[in-house]
Design a protein around this ligand. Structure first.
Ligand code: GLN
Length: 205
């Protein structure tokens, strides 16, 4: 059977990095910019970027309702950073009118780490992976409150490490939807993308 097609939402953000990560893993990948493309995919990646812009473009391109419907119907998805915001059911610190696609029963706080720690890198323990993940955070959100079906995959570690408040939730999974506050598409570590590709394959069978 042919590899299931994974779409990378390509209206804004670090699309190319996700496409390379998935391609390296042998996944079949396509860009998603048009309604027809939403129908063709078996899994969706939402890149890092700027969620306010992504939201506007997703609506302008007529993708919002289709994507929401596919996600609500159980299509696997992975979002990094702005992608996590797009997959959250609720947002804190959003400009009035910002909408998301939803799928994750949680509240995400935009730009949560604050201005003085705009960007930072740290090693994180990640559920299901035996060695820590080197995580790059860029104006990252964190997960503030979560529903009972959301599993925490990673939290920022020690108090004050690289200025990051201890214990904040930065990676989650609910069913076949996974999201990280950081950018696994940056760097060489492909374990998080590999897990996602496997999720899409299992779901497709
Ligand atoms: N702060 C951005 C937003 O709100 C996310 C940043 C990122 O994706 N690196 O969308």
């Amino acid at each position: 059977m042919a590899a299931p097609l994974i779409g990378v939402l390509a209206v804004q953000g670090d699309v190319r990095e996700h496409v390379s990560a998935l391609t390296e893993l042998g996944a079949a990948v396509t860009l998603v910019r048009r309604p027809e493309e939403v129908e063709q995919i078996e899994g969706l990646v939402i890149p890092g970027g700027e969620s306010t812009v992504m939201d506007k473009l997703v609506r302008a391109f007529g993708l919002r309702d289709l994507l929401r419907a596919r996600l609500a119907a159980g299509m696997p998805a992975f979002g990094s950073c702005a992608g996590m915001i797009m997959l959250a059911d609720r947002i804190a610190d959003a400009p009035q009118g910002q909408q998301t696609l939803g799928g994750l029963d949680l509240t995400v706080r935009r730009n949560a780490f604050g201005r003085q720690v705009d960007s930072f890198e740290t090693d994180l323990d990640f559920a299901g992976l035996d060695a820590p993940v080197h995580a790059v955070f860029i104006r990252a959100p964190w997960v503030e409150t979560l529903g009972p079906d959301v599993e925490v995959l990673a939290r920022v570690g020690h108090a004050g490490a690289e200025g990051a408040p201890a214990g904040r939730i930065v990676a989650v999974r609910q069913g076949t939807i996974t999201a990280t506050s950081f950018h696994p598409e940056v760097g060489r570590d492909r374990r998080i993308h590999a897990e996602f590709v496997e999720t899409v394959r299992r779901h497709h069978r």
